[in-house]
Design a protein around this ligand. Structure first.
Ligand code: GAL
Length: 681
């Protein structure tokens, strides 16, 4: 069981900034929140200067006044630790707490996240403020949990100040022990990078080309940043754990680069939260050609990842208005119904807590155009009316809290490949992961995502009938063994081109490719090429099926595997493009190319991936299907992302949870509409 939120009903919340408004509006705000069904507020994640206006001069009066009012009003609170944004006095007096850019130039106040997580001074200030807050606020009985920091690694996921270079050296010493080992693993003999002293080592510095440096070191750099962040979050969590009362949880929000969220969730948090802004798909400069018709539905892909870390989780910031900073990325306003649709999208994927960003649009600062539930004028408006509708719907769904998402298909990924600066891998992976997501979504095949490591246990993957692991260029023997166990135990595994080309240090594996997996697939790679856009598109054919062979083509030589598809056209015409090898009930399928949507469809057909609910209902492509299950009840979410109504057909009677009626046969779901059906399994 992964770290879960454990709420006993689906609950609504909102992000509130008491320090940004006159105290005279607090009471009315809290009253109106309650009237709209808001039961929890998140506060204080940027309020360091209010808590510590001068060094060591802590002050709790302001937030005590607010907390006492919230308590009187019956409002529960999640408190953020304010470490995402250090105060001005601190950076002036201790400039070493500031982050630096790749050239070592300091990054100052004005935005946020300008802090240096490896600075011993910043860690000391962090420890002190967190200790003071945890000690002072944990006794409040309306405080239900803590959010550590805010969106760590958002806007800045690289760190180059002096203390980071020093910490990197320590990290490498701990990992490699000797300079000889480090030099060998990092391939430093190439281009005269051999180190003869630890102090010669730096995080990436300016080089002759596009921020490129030693690729093996750059992969270590991402691993180091992840370690830094997890250590920094743990520093805070350990302090909070000394003071928190029973039931007060620890979480953090969002998914950002260079963080291993599996480890962060397992080692530090009670559950992970996500900040869901589906309207990024409707930013005025988004490119519609690139999203395969997914638009705001694309958020389901990230929600699926979150569910890999916490089966049930919270949305700390759910979009409630159009977004945009004064200087950046204007978005259209959500259309009537979209806020409700996005809320249900979160719930459909496992969120049992939904907190809207934010109660009222800021009247000053960078985010004056990031719209909240209330406009500046505080009049009743369309978004508040929609919130009232959502509350009335959510109350009808409360029994869903804790229900597990149902999927037979697992998509594997891992941080080593995500962080490796390998253009060949990224070319394949970007195309294939988009294509599989679109294929599975449009064909109503629910799936889960899991980040694997060498420690992943077979028990975590055994329940899935199919695993798709598109392009694990870096793979270890432990992971290859896990895949072999899975297939030997009856699982069906789909792999794509460039599997197993590299070892864990991102050096090429000199064994036959896919290294460590040739026996499993019954073939090896004979030769390969990336494809040029100037050439004609390439295809593979299997029986009468023809599909694209985009991005990269490998010619395979079957040993004891069966050739399932060949290339059509081009200089690889007729050569083996895909193989499969059965192992008892299980089977490994290997494709020597990346996957377009049609290639995914072909691969799904050959591997026997089917829409598991087609015996129950018929749905158009544009409607998402998600199913959660608890105590023998299935909760079926149907989400229509289009403006037009979608026509569905229910083959069995089910309960419509929003109307309470028993429904069957032909039905329609209005544009941006949602239907939640319940049936006994
Ligand atoms: C989130 C962040 C919030 C706010 C919001 C809108 O990323 O956590 O503090 O900035 O976006 O920009």
């Amino acid at each position: 069981m992964r770290n879960d939120i454990n709420f006993d009903k689906i609950t609504l919340g909102v992000c509130y900034y008491p320090e940004q408004w006159d105290k005279s509006v607090w009471e009315d705000d809290l009253n109106r929140m309650a009237e709209h069904g808001i039961e929890i507020i998140r506060i204080a994640e940027f309020a360091w200067t209010i808590f510590e206006p001068r060094e060591g001069g802590y002050s709790f009066d302001f937030f005590d006044e607010f907390m006492n009012l919230a308590r009187r009003k019956g409002m529960k609170v999640i408190m953020g630790t304010p470490t995402a944004t250090p105060p001005v006095w601190m950076s002036e007096k201790y400039p070493e707490i500031l982050n630096a850019d790749i050239d070592g130039n300091k990054i100052y106040n004005g935005m946020r996240r300008h802090c240096n997580l490896n600075s011993p001074v910043y860690r000391e200030f962090t420890a002190k403020i967190v200790e003071k807050l945890a000690e002072h606020y944990s006794p409040y009985e309306n405080l239900i949990g803590w959010q550590i920091d805010n969106e760590i690694n958002c806007e800045c996921d690289r760190y180059y100040s002096e203390s980071d270079h020093e910490a990197f050296r320590e990290y490498l010493k701990n990992k490699f022990g000797t300079l000889d080992d480090l030099n060998r693993e990092m391939g430093t003999v190439f281009w005269n990078q051999t180190y003869s002293d630890w102090n010669e080592i730096y995080l990436t510095r300016r080089t002759n080309s596009l921020g490129n440096s030693n690729p093996h070191m750059q992969l270590e750099e991402s691993r180091f940043i992840s370690d830094t962040v997890i250590g920094y979050m743990k520093l805070q969590a350990d302090i909070i754990k000394k003071y928190r009362r029973d039931g007060q949880f620890i979480t953090t929000n969002g998914i950002f680069p260079n963080i291993d969220y599996q480890r962060l969730t397992d080692d530090v948090l009670d559950f992970l939260s996500y900040d869901s802004y589906p309207n990024f798909a409707y930013s005025v400069n988004a490119d519609p050609a690139k999203d395969r018709g997914m638009r705001d539905r694309g958020t389901s892909r990230v929600l699926t990842r979150i569910r890999g870390f916490s089966n049930t989780f919270g949305i700390m910031e759910q979009q409630s208005g159009g977004g945009g900073w004064n200087c950046w990325l204007p978005q259209v306003m959500p259309k009537p119904g979209q806020m409700r649709l996005w809320t249900m999208q979160s719930v459909a994927h496992g969120a049992d807590f939904i907190s809207y960003f934010r109660w009222r649009t800021a009247a000053f600062g960078t985010e004056i155009y990031w719209f909240g539930l209330n406009d500046w004028q505080n009049r009743d408006n369309r978004r508040l009316r929609e919130l009232r509708q959502i509350k009335s719907d959510i109350d009808k769904l409360s029994e869903i809290a804790g229900a597990e998402y149902k999927a037979d298909v697992l998509v594997l990924c891992d941080y080593d490949n995500e962080w490796d600066r390998d253009e060949w891998h990224k070319m394949c992976d970007n195309v294939s992961s988009d294509a599989w997501f679109a294929y599975l979504q449009k064909n109503h095949i629910p799936y889960d995502t899991l980040y694997i490591t060498d420690k992943t246990d077979y028990d975590e993957i055994r329940k899935y009938s199919h695993i798709i692991y598109c392009h694990p260029s870096i793979i270890t023997d432990a992971r290859a063994d896990l895949l072999k166990t899975y297939v030997a135990s009856g699982g069906k595994l789909i792999l794509g081109a460039r599997t197993g080309v590299k070892r864990i240090n991102a050096q090429c594996d000199t064994r036959d490719l896919p290294a460590g997996l040739t026996d499993l697939i019954g073939a090896y790679v004979e030769e390969f090429t990336p494809l040029s856009r100037f050439e004609d598109e390439k295809y593979i054919t299997a029986d009468t099926d023809k599909a694209g062979a985009p991005v990269f083509n490998e010619v395979l030589t079957a040993t004891d595997g069966e050739v399932t598809a060949v290339y059509e056209g081009g200089c690889y015409d007729g050569a083996a493009a895909a193989v499969s090898k059965s192992n008892g009930m299980g089977c490994a399928y290997y494709y020597g190319c990346a996957f377009g949507e049609d290639t995914a469809a072909l691969a799904a057909r050959l591997a026997g991936i089917r829409a598991p609910y087609s015996y129950l209902l018929e749905l158009p492509e544009g409607t998402e299907l998600s199913v959660r299950e608890k105590d023998g009840e299935e909760f079926i979410f149907l989400l229509n992302y289009g403006t037009d109504s979608s026509q569905i057909f229910l083959k069995q009677p089910m309960t419509d949870m929003l109307t309470g009626q028993t429904v069957s046969g032909a039905r329609s779901i209005e544009g941006f509409g949602v239907s939640v059906l319940k049936r006994r399994k």
